[in-house]
Write a protein that binds this ligand. Structure first.
Ligand code: ADP
Ligand code: MG
Length: 227
């Protein structure tokens, strides 16, 4: 089971890009044992919010806490060390490394071997582990990224469009895995376009539009209104 990290909480986040306000007063929480989803049209600010939570963008105002700790100014690598793992919307697999080496990048030095093996098993990558991370399907590349994130034994997992480019069977397998991680106590935040995936996966859904959260609630309720 993942180590305890507490709830990731964003309060009143505002972020601007050169004077353009991409996030307006956004608040949400990502509790352990729960799948929280953010949906919304292109340009709504989903990835920008994701970057603030992951530490790759700094909000101009607002506060981010993890449990009782204020992490608003904590850099991304320190958040990773604190147990927050992430994947990228644009895949970030190193093509010159094997799949196993790509997964190792995410593991703590102390427990590298077991962590990598566990993550490869979980993502069904054992038969491919010595394969270079080139000429692979999007599904395999996404599984490699997820394995890398899990190899660090995170308590909080942030996923930006994890189903992009996956076929229906891969999406179903992904949903099953993510539900199991949440059932095991992990806190998951999923930014996702695919509302069918969100419906089968999320406990709580936040709908973003034009930099704001416009609707929040239980997944069935929010997605019902969206149809
Ligand atoms: P989403 O992930 O919901 O599609 P984004 O967070 O990527 O939305 O973008 C939100 C808004 O911020 C959009 O209007 C987008 O054009 C703008 N934006 C995103 N990244 C940048 C950037 N690096 N510089 C300037 N504007 C940006
Ligand atoms: Mg995006």
């Amino acid at each position: 089971a993942p180590r305890e990290g507490g709830t990731l909480n964003a309060q009143h986040l505002t972020l601007t890009y050169d004077g353009f306000t991409a996030l307006h007063d956004v608040s949400l929480s990502v509790p352990p044992g729960h799948v929280t989803a953010i949906v919304g049209p292109n340009g709504a600010g989903k990835s920008t919010l994701f970057h603030c939570l992951a530490g790759t963008l700094r909000p101009v105002s607002g506060r981010i806490t993890l449990g009782t700790r204020d992490i608003t100014t904590l850099p991304a690598h320190a958040r990773t060390r604190a147990g927050m793992a992430r994947t990228f919307q644009q895949l970030a697999v190193f093509p010159s490394l094997t799949i196993a080496e790509n997964v190792q990048v995410g593991a703590d030095r102390n427990r590298r071997r077991t962590a990598v093996t566990q993550a490869l098993r979980l993502l069904d990558l054992m038969t491919l582990h010595t394969h270079p991370a080139t000429d692979l399907s999007t599904g395999t590349l996404r599984r490699t990224e997820l394995a890398r994130a899990l190899a660090g034994d995170p308590h909080t997992l942030l996923l930006d469009e994890p189903a992009a480019g996956l076929d229906a069977a891969e999406v179903a397998a992904l949903a099953t895995l993510l539900r199991a991680l949440a059932a095991d106590g992990m806190a998951l935040l999923v930014v996702e376009h695919d509302l069918d995936l969100v419906a089968g996966l999320a406990d709580t859904v936040h709908v973003m539009a034009a930099g704001r959260i416009v609707t929040s609630g239980p997944a069935d309720q929010v997605l019902e209104e969206a149809h």
